[in-house]
Design a protein around this ligand. Structure first.
Ligand SMILES: Nc1ncnc2c1ncn2[C@@H]1O[C@H](COP(=O)(O)OP(=O)(O)OP(=O)(O)O)[C@@H](O)[C@H]1O
Length: 311
């Protein structure tokens, strides 16, 4: 038996046939510790759902092995189905059943009752209880999300998989949702959460950055930021689109991209003359109200850099 809450070893998964083959996961290996709040961060199509489907035994990998709570995803799939909680990206709820009917249904599926495990969901359920006779299909996005989380928790799972739980949910509900995850973590539940939102990455203890089936980096959010190579600069001028086109032509620039109201830019090599030379070049190109300043990178900057220069 493996000791990690989740172990993934050389998992590869392709879809399609020899003529048109998509590699959704390409030799992915990593582990999640018991009780960890772990984030899988990647854009649409990165392979997050495929990995969750393999770990929740809904899909077989082509190659590699994986365990959840010590159980093998192939040979012990029944044990895994009883011990994990899974909140799929698209809502798993029965739209025609009411809030309480959905919850009772999921409890019954797992041979338990709402009463038996109410303690675990109490905080979350209390927020939707006033609407308990409302059909799930008539709930707001944030309320659906809370009900789906209650349904995924009602059998007291040891490992919880949440696939893009905050996609399409308003900012306040997103924040509340992450508060709920922290409280669940305090109860010892291992949580794997996938998200395309970079700001949510920093709320996890460790994260894996994934792009087109490949793991780009795995560490704590701070360590991933600290590994940013070189000094990052933010710059702006009166015409941002023209500024971007011009800096991309400048020989010593390694990467430049739009970031909020600024451009972010990193040089190929950090030398003291960089900024003066760039400023002179941009003045000569006719840019006005030019501002260039050093900034601290975010997870998103690191992700962009890793995507452009995978190691
Ligand atoms: N059943 C399928 N048949 C063919 N290709 C698939 C299938 N499911 C996923 N893919 C492809 O595999 C790749 C990974 O998809 P996956 O859904 O795992 O990514 P994701 O990170 O979860 O993104 P999303 O948020 O868009 O679901 C994508 O290129 C996707 O188009």
């Amino acid at each position: 038996m493996s000791t990690g809450a989740v172990t993934i070893t050389h998992i590869t998964k392709t879809y399609g046939d020899a003529k048109e083959c998509i590699t959704a996961l390409d030799d992915v290996s990593f582990g999640v510790e018991p009780g960890e709040l772990f984030g899988l961060i990647g854009a649409d199509g990165a392979g997050k759902t495929t990995l969750f489907h393999i770990l929740t035994t809904l899909l077989l990998a082509d190659k590699g092995t994986a365990t959840v709570d010590g159980y093998d995803v192939v040979t012990d799939y029944q044990a895994i189905r009883n011990t994990v909680g899974y909140m799929p990206g698209r809502f798993s709820l029965y739209q025609d059943l009411t809030v309480e009917e959905n919850l009772t249904f999921f409890a019954t599926l797992f041979g338990t009752t709402v009463k038996q495990n109410y303690d675990l969901i109490k905080d979350i359920y209390e927020q939707i209880e006033p609407f308990k006779t409302r059909r799930a299909g008539k709930l707001s996005g944030g309320m659906k999300q809370k009900l789906a989380l209650c349904c995924a928790l009602i059998h007291k799972p040891t490992v919880l998989f949440l696939d893009e739980p905050t996609t399409g949910v308003d900012v306040v509900s997103r924040r509340e949702f992450w508060e709920m995850l922290k409280r669940l973590k305090q109860q010892g539940i291992t949580i794997l959460v996938s998200t395309p939102y970079m700001d949510e990455a920093t709320l996890c203890e460790r994260i894996a950055l994934i792009q087109t089936g490949k793991l780009l980096s795995i560490d704590t959010p701070q360590a991933i930021i600290d590994a940013y190579p070189g000094q990052l600069f933010a710059l702006k001028a009166d015409s941002i689109p023209r500024l971007l086109a011009d800096v991309r032509q400048f020989d010593s620039v390694r990467n430049a991209y739009a970031f909020g109201e600024y451009l972010h830019l990193v040089f190929k090599q950090d030398i003291p003359q960089n900024v003066d030379l760039l400023r002179a070049y941009l003045h000569q190109k006719g840019h006005t109200n030019l501002e260039i300043k050093p900034v601290t990178p975010t997870i998103e900057d690191r992700f962009i850099d890793l995507m452009a220069n995978p190691t």
